[in-house]
Design a protein around this ligand. Structure first.
Ligand code: ADP
Ligand code: MG
Length: 333
């Protein structure tokens, strides 16, 4: 069971909408859990609601309904003051390190700032030691070489390491990395992803990697949740989701990942059509308009996320036969 009460972060049936009305539901009933020390990848095409989900978990957005529990505490409607306490423990790193870093400040100031905000470190000397330790942990070593630089004097990968250091300096229990490498060039990507692996190995920090790249999820996560149009459509242990995908959307995402062996057969199954706009989500399965396996029933039934195996769930009526071997029940995790 993944959905036990010990979860560090627990999202329950979250609905987050933009604008006044309720029709633009960017996140539409998502339940997920994150255990201590776990790496969860949330994948899906652009527009599937990954960032909105992250912002809601961080309480940078307030959900229309559902609950966010952090370490057992309901933080769904917590005020700003109390949220600060949670924010120290749950940090985020954004996609674009050039946007997220204040370019007027030097690296050591950028990494010290969170300590000042959270009133950590007894004095300037202690804070300096904490800043240097955080920089070293991210591979910016020796820290003294980088501490006085400005963001524009760093490479993209180094800037993202500074952003990660500014989170790590608070010793968070959860790090949410929203497309942390998608703005970086290929060589910097591998380095930053390896850094996340190292951080996870050396501490019991849980990491959520948000990515549109299934290969990244496959190599760096324990568990994968696949999102489509505001819903989780499949989730399970990473190796199982990758080796035995159940949902046609996951299969399509997988089919475009080139095999490591260049001579292996490669038949990318390109998704046809576009993601429908939030304002015009069709009845029935929201993936039906693009699904290669669509049946008439798919246009009528909005499939629930159901258990399809141990710790695995999928929202597809075609996955239903798998249900006959395990007892059908809602997989809320
Ligand atoms: P992802 O991170 O998976 O690309 P997002 O969470 O950014 O997805 O977006 C999900 C949906 O919410 C998209 O349809 C997007 O257009 C919409 N959206 C995101 N941010 C806003 C916003 N600030 N105002 C209105 N709609 C938004
Ligand atoms: Mg996003």
């Amino acid at each position: 069971m993944n959905d036990d009460a010990s979860a560090l972060l627990r999202l329950e049936d979250l609905v987050t909408a933009y604008g006044r009305g309720d029709d633009a539901r960017a996140v539409d009933g998502v339940s997920l859990t994150l255990q201590r020390g776990e790496v969860l990848a949330v994948i899906g095409e652009s527009g599937s609601g990954k960032s909105t989900l992250a912002m809601t978990a961080l309480r940078l957005l307030e959900p229309r309904s559902g609950r966010v529990l952090f370490d057992g505490e309901d933080i769904t409607h917590l005020g700003q003051r109390s949220l600060r306490r949670i924010r120290r423990r749950m940090q985020v790193v954004f996609q674009d390190p050039y946007e997220s870093l204040d370019r007027r400040f030097r690296v050591h100031q950028i990494v010290e700032e969170p300590l000042l905000v959270h009133r950590l470190g007894a004095d300037a000397e202690e804070r300096r030691a904490m800043v240097h330790a955080a920089l070293e942990r991210t591979g910016l070593s020796p820290a003294s070489l980088f501490a006085d630089r400005y963001p524009h004097q760093l490479s993209g990968g180094q800037r993202q390491r500074v952003a990660i250091a500014a989170s790590l300096v608070l010793s968070p229990e959860v790090l949410i990395a929203d497309e942390p490498v998608s703005m970086l060039d290929v060589s910097a990507r591998a380095g930053v992803l390896a850094l996340l692996d190292t951080l996870r190995r050396d501490s019991d920090m849980a990491i959520v990697i948000i990515t549109h790249d299934l290969a990244v999820a496959a190599h760096h996560a324990d568990r994968i949740a696949v999102m489509y149009l505001g819903r989780v459509v499949e989730q399970g242990p990473a190796h199982e989701v990758v080796n035995r995908p159940v949902h046609p959307y996951t299969r399509a995402l997988l089919s475009v990942v080139p095999p490591k062996d260049p001579l292996a057969p490669f038949a990318p199954q390109l998704l046809r059509g576009e993601i429908p706009p939030l304002s015009a989500i069709p009845p029935g399965c929201r993936f039906a308009s693009r699904c290669p396996d669509v049946t008439p029933a798919c246009l009528k039934t909005d499939p629930a996320l159901l258990e399809v195996g141990p710790s695995r769930s999928a929202a597809c009526i075609l996955a239903a036969p798998a249900l006959e071997t395990s007892s059908p029940q809602g997989a809320h995790q």
